[in-house]
Design a protein around this ligand. Structure first.
Ligand code: AMP
Ligand code: ZN
Length: 467
């Protein structure tokens, strides 16, 4: 399996620290609002990565955090706590907000067939671990206390910027525009490990610590939860590209300073989903959610299919036209599979099965090339030298990674709109036959079949049924 590693800026052969179990950490949601479909693109990518590792034979243990404290509106420790902001917006407590949006997030993942990680841990459940880490970082001179907060001293590391290969001055413009400097920091890049003083003192959740009553910084949460659950040597750490700096850069700094050795070998980042105006964000009020797509008549798997058609390392621009196209192609694909499924025999061609399985694995192993893996699926469906049963077995096998419910039949119901469409098509076909345009007549029959509608010519006229 080859993966692009942000740390080396190369596609590398994946070699786990321990062959028995691959450890994988994925940054979880900050549960102050619904996930937007951009966030969910990252979780789809991570799901496919985990399932691809399983497919090629690895046993994976995956852990994810739920951020319910400490993530400020600017990723660089300034602004308001996002959770507090959510609670104020809805006149509820932070814990109520956290529980509600965690449940919504879980539902979104379920709808998208994203597997819930083996370990999911709330930031607020691991305060002891952060205190243990920060104590050691202070003892060993990697951290300092100033103005009531504990900061990590980034100058104590030889290569604080190794994940980005850029100095902070090249990157801060977007991150810090309009944000006032924190005078208590010794260096611009230093970050908070523990807050007792911040610009807002009305934080609801605070804990006792050796440095005063306060709360953890966002970055220490992921390091703490990962080390606690997955050990000192992490194989893969994922997130969206916006996490590379400062979040993952800071995770590496504090984890390696704490452990005294290299921590994570492979850093895999998913590119963003943008809308036509640029980056998707929750700050401007209205944003796209899975429920909103459902209200507009799309299934969550239409969106998953859309995401799978673009490499995780390419920006994907969301438009409803693109989603319509994905929905259409996905529906044709499912109907094609349905037709094959309705005509199976008992003949499994093991040679062909292995041949296609290898091609599929190869695509996954090539830095998770899902668009190519999908083209292998199409090749399977149109291979005339293979039995239908073999095809269906391959579809079932590939769907362990794709998770598109390729063999599940939706109960299509005929609503007024669909009825009118079918009747119009039947009239068009009759017209074509009258004009001896049999090619067009066949084309109409095929088009309907692709949509799961079977025409039957009877003496009384043409009728139809759902396949
Ligand atoms: P958050 O809930 O803001 O902590 O973000 C959850 C995940 O979504 C993180 O891994 C982010 O990197 C990722 N993310 C944020 N915005 C986008 C986007 N527009 N497209 C894809 N992933 C995103
Ligand atoms: Zn994280």
């Amino acid at each position: 399996m080859k993966l692009y590693n942000t740390l080396s800026r190369k596609v590398e052969e994946f070699i786990p620290y321990n062959e028995e179990e691959v450890t994988m950490y994925t940054c979880g949601p900050t549960v102050y609002h619904y996930a937007h479909i951009g966030n969910l693109r990252t979780y789809i990518f991570e799901d496919v990565l985990e399932k691809s590792l399983n497919y090629v034979g690895y046993n994976v243990k995956r852990c994810m955090n739920i951020t319910d404290v400490g993530h400020l509106t600017s990723d660089s420790d300034t602004g308001e706590d996002k959770m507090l902001k959510g609670a104020k917006r809805e006149h509820k407590s932070v814990l109520e907000i956290a529980d509600y949006y965690t449940e919504c997030f879980k539902n979104d993942l379920e709808k998208l067939n994203i597997k819930w990680p083996h370990v999911v841990s709330k930031a607020t459940d691991n305060i002891d671990m952060y205190i243990e880490m920060i104590t050691k970082l202070l003892d060993e001179g990697y951290a300092y206390i100033n103005g009531g907060n504990v900061y990590f001293d980034t100058t104590k590391l030889e290569d604080y910027y190794k994940l980005t290969n850029h100095k902070v001055d090249d990157m801060v413009v977007g991150v810090r525009a309009g944000v006032e400097e924190d005078d208590s920091k010794k260096n611009q890049a230093d970050f908070v490990l523990w807050f007792t003083k911040s610009k807002f003192d009305d934080q609801e959740l605070k804990w006792d610590s050796p440095w005063g009553y306060g709360y953890p910084g966002w970055h220490i949460e992921c390091s703490g939860i990962s080390i606690k659950n997955l050990g000192e040597h992490l194989d893969i750490h994922c997130g969206g590209v916006d996490n590379i700096f400062p979040h993952h850069t800071n995770e590496i700094a504090q984890s390696e300073a704490f452990l005294g050795h290299k921590w994570c070998s492979y850093w895999c980042h998913g590119e963003h989903l943008n809308d036509e105006t640029g980056k998707m964000s929750k700050s401007n009020g209205e944003f796209l959610t899975i429920s909103l797509l459902e209200e507009k008549g799309y299934s969550p798997l239409d969106y998953r299919f859309m995401c799978l058609n673009t490499s995780y390392r390419k920006v994907l621009v969301f438009t409803f036209d693109a989603l319509d196209q994905a929905k259409n192609t996905f529906s044709k694909l499912k109907n094609k599979i349905k037709t094959i499924k309705n005509n199976i025999d008992d003949n499994i061609d093991t040679v062909k099965f292995e041949e296609y399985k290898n091609k599929f694995s190869e695509a996954l192993g090539n830095d998770l090339n899902i668009p190519v893996a999908l083209s292998v699926l199409y090749d399977v469906l149109k291979d005339d030298d293979m039995s239908n049963s073999t095809k269906i077995e391959l579809v079932k096998d590939f769907d362990n990674v794709l998770s598109l419910d390729l063999l599940t039949e939706e109960n299509q119901t005929i609503n007024e709109e669909l009825k009118k469409y079918i009747e119009d098509m039947i009239l068009k076909r009759q017209e074509a036959k009258k004009n001896k345009d049999f090619a067009l007549a066949d084309q109409i029959r095929n088009e309907l079949e692709q949509k799961g509608i079977l025409l039957k010519d009877t003496r009384e006229g043409t009728t139809y049924e759902l396949m």
